[in-house]
Design a protein around this ligand. Structure first.
Ligand SMILES: NC(=O)c1ccc[n+]([C@@H]2O[C@H](COP(=O)([O-])OP(=O)(O)OC[C@H]3O[C@@H](n4cnc5c(N)ncnc54)[C@H](OP(=O)(O)O)[C@@H]3O)[C@@H](O)[C@H]2O)c1
Length: 286
């Protein structure tokens, strides 16, 4: 019989992950606070649940893909999975919350945030940053293979969330550096595309940055990685760094402007929207 998986949270990431699990043959029950967003999943064989407990009742696996730590704790408490249920915690909740979830749960917890945004989620090519007890690997891996193309097993639970913060610190500072650099080209009277043409295919050119840069110049700000979540992650990163005795001048430096951009209405746009502060890109993207 197919393994039953309760997917809690069907936002930008959780919805395509639920779809890919169903396509891979898992029995998927999905719950989302705004049920309407989950409805299209029914066409792909996903059963819609009215409450977290309806989704998790009798399920062998619970997968959380929610916005943050407090929400994750609250929803899983409401779901009341049976002790020993495999819990794949795949949202980005930071170090403190992950350690707290590990400490407080009687479930078989795997800390497994993902790298990759909406397109890899749809294509099933996410990278899973997995950590947890060795004996849980064989149970978790088939589910990770359904939503991702690469799994890194990193050690005891919590290592995945720590690496996820490092990965996102890289992405966030790269996005700000890119927006600033495109702004600089325009301020110097250059054509900003020429900078992207230069890095494209060159050692300095991360494909992710080239894609974001083209989107910045075209004003394509559909949310793959919404700015509000990038700000949440920057805050998690700075907190984790401070707790470890480290200052992060670049990340701390961009936060006030990024928070202001959210206040100015860009929170639900892609993080590429940070370019609006520079003399390139859209001024009316909010
Ligand atoms: N987007 C990316 O590129 C990306 C990549 C890797 C990891 N992540 C991480 O993955 C997680 C999900 O991201 P996403 O992009 O899918 O975000 P999203 O589209 O905003 O989805 C967030 C989910 O959390 C739910 N939620 C928020 N507040 C809630 C509350 N108070 N009670 C119950 N449910 C609540 C939302 O429900 P509603 O639909 O009702 O609002 C939705 O299901 C986040 O931790 C994010 O940082 C995102």
């Amino acid at each position: 019989m197919a393994t039953t998986v309760a997917v809690l949270g069907t936002g930008i990431m959780g919805a395509p992950m639920a779809r890919n699990l169903a396509r891979a043959g898992f029995e998927v029950r999905a719950w989302n606070r705004s049920l309407d967003k989950a409805r299209p999943l029914a066409e792909d064989g996903v059963t819609l649940a009215q409450t977290p407990a309806d989704a998790a009742g009798g399920a062998e696996v619970v997968l959380t893909m929610l916005s943050d730590g407090p929400t994750t704790a609250e929803v899983v408490a409401a779901a009341r999975p049976a002790p020993g249920t495999l819990w794949l915690q795949m949202g980005t909740v930071g170090v403190d919350w992950t350690d707290r979830l590990v400490r407080d749960t009687d479930l078989a917890f795997v800390d497994a945030p993902v790298a990759g945004s909406d397109v890899p989620a749809r294509e099933g090519t996410l990278t899973i940053l997995a950590s947890g007890a060795d004996e849980l690997r064989d149970r978790a891996q088939p589910l990770f293979d359904a939503v991702g193309s690469r799994t890194l097993w990193l050690g005891p639970a919590g290592a995945g969330s720590r690496l996820k913060l490092a990965v996102n610190n890289w992405a966030i500072t790269l996005a700000e550096g890119l927006a600033e650099t495109l702004g600089l080209t325009a301020a110097l009277g250059l054509t900003p595309d020429h900078f992207l043409d230069f890095i494209d295919g060159a050692p300095l050119g991360a494909p992710w940055a080239i894609g974001k840069g083209r989107n910045m110049l075209a004003g394509t700000l559909d949310p793959g990685f919404p700015l509000r979540l990038a700000v949440k992650d920057a805050e998690l990163i700075v907190t984790a760094a401070h707790d470890a005795g480290l200052e992060l001048p670049a990340t701390e430096g961009l936060l006030p402007a990024w928070r202001q951009s959210v206040e100015d209405g860009y929170g639900d746009r892609d993080l590429a929207a940070v370019v609006h502060r520079y003399p390139v890109g859209p001024k009316n993207g909010a």
